[in-house]
Design a protein around this ligand. Structure first.
Ligand code: ZN
Length: 182
């Protein structure tokens, strides 16, 4: 079921979300949470969503990037749930992308982040998995995982002149046909 998206200013987006126990992963409530996150992400057109964005302060985020084309480079990640994720920076050289967020509607900002990361997390079965990613996917991972630690992308914009409304972004910065990070 689609849920309302919490927006910047809602305290739940500023909390450090709670770790999820392996017992809780087996509950119907958790299965329902994942389904609701997926429905909400699809409804609002995001490529990722974190539980605090539907008002639930638990450490889980979903990302789904299929046939996503960014700067001519195809990025693919089937629907993946990242539970209790931990992030390591493999290459701290920074790269920048224009980011948007369902919780900060109507705006876009240029954010620089480390270019390569390694994420260790549990899958919904409770097994540990590791994902190494660079490029655009590394940024998407960092954006979504930040939500589990009370951080929004706007916190990471170094040059506030690079924060724009979506319409002005389309008009002056990037042709609207390009898909963007939500
Ligand atoms: Zn976001």
């Amino acid at each position: 079921m689609k849920r309302d998206i919490t927006r910047m200013g809602n305290p739940v987006l500023r909390q450090i979300a709670q770790d999820i126990s392996k017992e809780y992963l087996k509950t119907d409530e958790f299965t329902q949470l994942l389904a609701d996150m997926k429905d909400s992400m699809d409804h609002y057109g995001g490529i990722g969503i974190a539980a605090p964005q539907i008002g639930i302060s638990l450490k889980v985020a979903l990302i789904e990037l299929m046939g996503f084309n960014r700067y001519g480079q195809e990025v693919n990640l089937p629907l993946t749930a990242f539970i209790n994720p931990q992030i390591e920076y493999v290459d701290e050289t920074s790269q920048g992308f224009w980011e948007g967020c369902l919780s900060v509607p109507g705006l876009r900002g240029f954010v620089e982040r480390p270019r390569k990361v390694k994420v260790t997390y549990l899958n919904p079965m409770g097994f540990e998995e590791v994902l190494e990613a660079d490029g655009f996917l590394a940024t998407v991972l960092q954006h979504e995982l930040d939500h589990l630690f009370g951080v929004l992308y706007v916190d990471r914009i170094k040059d506030m002149r690079l924060l724009t409304y979506q319409e002005e972004y389309d008009q002056f910065i990037q042709p609207p046909k390009d898909e963007e990070l939500e």
